[in-house]
Design a protein around this ligand. Structure first.
Ligand code: NDP
Length: 324
């Protein structure tokens, strides 16, 4: 029966998700999530949506029959989930299935930043090992470090477990201390930064974390400081970070995410003590396929069982028939 339900895919989406939506629903494609592209036919029929792009309040309002938005990705700061909740629209994300992959990437980024592994490989590939000799000893080391995690949630805990296995102490900052977690909690980010020399951010985007990592936090981290960001670029004051890397306020950084992707500020590109990745945290064939399945399984569960698998907090109480 679900094959007659129109499900919208605005913009690009993982091919496996698109293929499954085409089989299990009536696939409706749009080039972008732009209210101007919504025809009366789409507005009158579309009941579900899956996307990995910005979904504004205006776009939700342009689809009066929309019941559920299945976001591809655990981070859903691009979706106006608060507006969706007040309009009676369910929003789901893809937690857990990507947690270990993203934690692995965070560790890779940390090692790249501290031990300069990409630069050392560049040295070999440029023939400099043979012509000039050994790559210079790295100033950075993981040995003796104290690691702070900004955002001790699902991925933060998976990173913490890995850091523990490296033999390093872990502490963290969230708005609230996590029950049952023995790592030291700091009530503010600047206090955490002052207590550690290695800060790993895996906090979500959105207004509450906007530019949380600023000049003051970087100064508190100090001259041995290493900053790794696997969360969202919006949580960082990128100008202050580039400045801190250039003037020695901190030692090094490893970044997977940026404020205005795919554009990376020149000031960061110029920092040779930064290891930069193009948002590849969860980007393996294996993990992206499990994310695609979970996004579509949320739509299937909603339209067959009347409840989603992984609702986001802002829409947790939305039920079928709630659309206003
Ligand atoms: P969780 O919701 O499990 O964890 C988020 C944590 O951040 C919570 O512990 C929360 O605690 C804390 N937090 C939220 N807001 C604030 C705030 N204003 N100040 C301090 N702490 C805060 O999410 P996941 O671990 O599953 O994912 C985390 C984020 O990682 C995603 O939102 C996404 O942005 C990013 N991500 C990046 C990927 C990549 O490819 N680079 C891939 C996957 C995820 P509390 O609410 O108590 O404050």
């Amino acid at each position: 029966p679900t094959q007659k339900i129109p499900v919208l895919v605005p913009g690009r989406l993982h091919p496996h998700a698109v293929e499954r939506i085409g089989k299990e629903f009536e696939l409706v494609a749009l080039p972008a999530a732009d209210p101007k592209l919504v025809t009366p036919q789409i507005a009158g029929t579309v009941r579900g949506m899956s996307s990995m792009t910005t979904v504004s309040a205006a776009f939700i309002d342009a689809l009066p029959n929309l019941e559920i938005i299945a976001n591809f990705g655990v981070g859903y700061d691009a979706v106006d989930a608060r507006h969706a909740g007040s309009a009676g629209v369910m929003v789901t994300n893809t937690p857990d299935v990507l947690t270990e992959e993203v934690a692995d990437t965070a560790i890779g980024l940390l090692l790249n930043a501290v031990r300069e592994l990409p630069k050392a490989e560049g040295w070999l590939r440029a023939g400099r090992w043979a012509s000039e000799g050994n790559y210079p000893l790295t100033r950075g080391t993981l040995r003796g470090r104290r690691v702070g995690i900004f955002g001790m949630g699902r991925i933060g805990l998976a990173i913490a477990r890995r850091i523990e296995a490296f033999g390093l102490p872990v502490s963290y900052h969230n708005r609230r201390a996590v029950e049952g977690v023995a790592y030291a909690w700091y009530p503010t980010l600047v206090e955490l930064a002052g207590a550690v020399d290695t800060l790993i951010s895996v906090a979500p985007g959105g207004p509450s974390t906007e530019k949380a990592v600023d000049r003051t936090v970087l100064e508190a981290l100090g001259p041995k400081g290493v900053f790794v960001n696997i969360g969202r670029g919006s949580t960082v004051d990128e100008d202050a970070l580039a400045q801190a890397l250039a003037d020695g306020t901190i030692l090094a950084a490893g970044l997977d995410v940026f404020r205005n992707e795919p554009n990376v500020p020149d000031a960061l590109l110029e920092c040779t003590n930064a290891s930069l990745l193009p948002h590849v945290g969860s980007a393996s064939v294996h993990t992206r396929k499990t994310m695609a399945d979970l996004a579509v399984d949320n739509l299937v569960s909603w339209f067959t069982e009347g409840r989603p698998l992984t609702p986001v907090a802002e829409t947790a109480s939305v039920v079928p028939g709630a659309r206003k």
